[in-house]
Design a protein around this ligand. Structure first.
Ligand SMILES: Cc1cc2nc3c(=O)[nH]c(=O)nc-3n(C[C@H](O)[C@H](O)[C@H](O)COP(=O)(O)OP(=O)(O)OC[C@H]3O[C@@H](n4cnc5c(N)ncnc54)[C@H](O)[C@@H]3O)c2cc1C
Length: 404
């Protein structure tokens, strides 16, 4: 990195949708020194995790190199470190190796899946789809199960039940993706997967609660066609080694469980004394700052975000990107002694993968489903991924100057 006299040090914790959006915007102000910290040297594209779980893509298609991305900018340094805790009083972050001081902090550490208290003998890959490691483990587990059935007729006749707890966007995408993955073997006559069942548990009257009724209808129809068993208006009441009891009294024997029924802040933030909602996100003011510390901006899934009318926004990649960019703009405005701008974050549309080359899309003014919707979803994913890949590709030639 060339030598500069920087006026202000901004530290961004978390190099994913929100953190990268903030970093790219801040990199345009040469007076700022920016440090991006992440526990992984890559940005995992969670929105494409369903493709990885269901063997439709390879893992390098779902990541962007953070050192290579950051190497494009003179005023940005990437640090591959785990955040252990934050000392607000000293404006200092404690890392697994060393520490980092900041003038302004951007918290973009996303969220983690709430753990479901259950018997330790029960497989529980609850955090699966939220990390590259978890998505790969899920995929390998299913491949193994299929292989066992291929080898043994006896095993192939045994029932194998998977429970997906939570029927929001990620629960539905995982259930549809996995069922399609199994059905593919069934259709190809390579293996009978008639004994493999996926149960999707929705606590509300429908899956995808809060989404447009046509999208709910399309997704429900598609899950039925794939043979996913959907249980509505019920929650998981208890779990024993081989059986789960739902609140409506249904008992489902199961072998494997994925919990996608809620998230909370990253464990390293648990003792940070910033105002929290009961759902486990940090409260932010209209400018996306912590309510009790103006030197901290909170973005993405870590923050409880609202639209202009005050309605809560679901945690999505698009709200993460918008909030990251907005926080960065406000940091730049502060540096130039201008008034901060209130956030105006919007959901511009939702695209839901429903197994194979099938999706449902709600852009507000237009809704569609099937293969055309799948193509639009792919286009949206690529319009995000390709510019990042291209920038990272250019950054590789500067990689030596990047501290990892
Ligand atoms: C299966 C699935 C499908 C989804 N589909 C969609 C979709 O189609 N469209 C959509 O808009 N959204 C979708 N989402 C939601 C979307 O992925 C999230 O809202 C988005 O990833 C949030 O971005 P973020 O930057 O806030 O946090 P994250 O993407 O969660 O990133 C957090 C970052 O912080 C880092 N980190 C965490 N803890 C530490 C630590 N202690 N030290 C250092 N680094 C740390 C992590 O490594 C990670 O890089 C989906 C989510 C899932 C799970």
């Amino acid at each position: 990195m060339s030598q500069h006299l920087f006026d202000h040090h901004v530290v961004i914790l978390g190099g994913s949708y929100a953190g990268i959006a903030a970093m790219r915007r801040l990199s345009k102000n040469p007076k700022l020194k920016v440090t991006l910290i992440d526990q992984h040297p890559y940005h995992f594209l969670q929105t494409e995790g369903y493709e990885l779980i269901s063997s439709n893509t390879s893992f390098e298609e779902t990541i962007v190199s953070l050192p290579a991305l950051c190497a494009n900018y003179d005023n940005v340094t990437f640090k591959h470190r785990r955040v252990d805790s934050i000392e607000l009083n000293h404006k200092r972050i404690l890392l697994n190796d060393g520490e980092e001081s900041y003038d302004t902090l951007v918290l973009a550490l996303g969220s983690v899946t709430k753990r479901f208290e259950c018997d330790s003998n029960v497989y529980n890959y609850s955090s699966g789809a939220k990390s590259l490691r978890g998505a790969l483990k899920l995929n390998q587990f299913f491949q193994d199960e299929l292989y066992k059935r291929l080898e043994s007729d006896k095993k192939a006749k045994e029932n194998f039940n998977i429970i997906v707890g939570g029927a929001g966007l990620s629960g539905v995408e995982i259930a549809a993706g996995m069922q399609h993955f199994f059905n593919r073997y069934y259709r190809s006559n390579a293996l009978s997967c008639a004994t493999l069942h996926i149960h999707l548990i929705a606590s509300r009257e429908t899956i995808l609660n809060g989404m447009h009724r046509n999208i709910i209808k399309t997704a429900t129809k598609r899950l039925k066609k794939l043979r996913v068993k959907v249980h509505t208006k019920s929650r998981i009441a208890s779990i024993s080694a081989h059986e789960t009891l739902l609140t409506d009294g249904t008992k489902i024997p199961f072998d494997f469980m994925i919990f996608a029924g809620g998230t909370t802040i990253a464990p390293c933030l648990e003792n940070v004394m910033l105002e929290q909602t009961p759902r486990g996100q940090f409260v932010v003011d209209a400018y996306l700052r912590a309510t009790n510390d103006e030197s901290i901006y909170i973005v993405g899934d870590t923050a409880s975000l609202h639209d202009k009318k005050g309605n809560p926004l679901p945690p999505t990649a698009q709200t993460a990107i918008q909030s990251g960019e907005h926080a960065a703009n406000n940091i730049i405005l502060t540096q130039t002694h201008q008034s901060l701008k209130k956030a105006n974050i919007k959901i511009q549309g939702l695209a839901i993968a429903l197994g194979g080359k099938y999706a449902a899309i709600d852009l507000g003014f237009i809704r569609m489903s099937g293969y055309p919707a799948y193509l639009v979803k792919k286009l949206i994913e690529r319009l995000y991924k390709w510019p990042l890949w291209w920038t990272a590709y250019r950054g590789f030639k500067n990689i030596d100057s990047c501290e990892i």
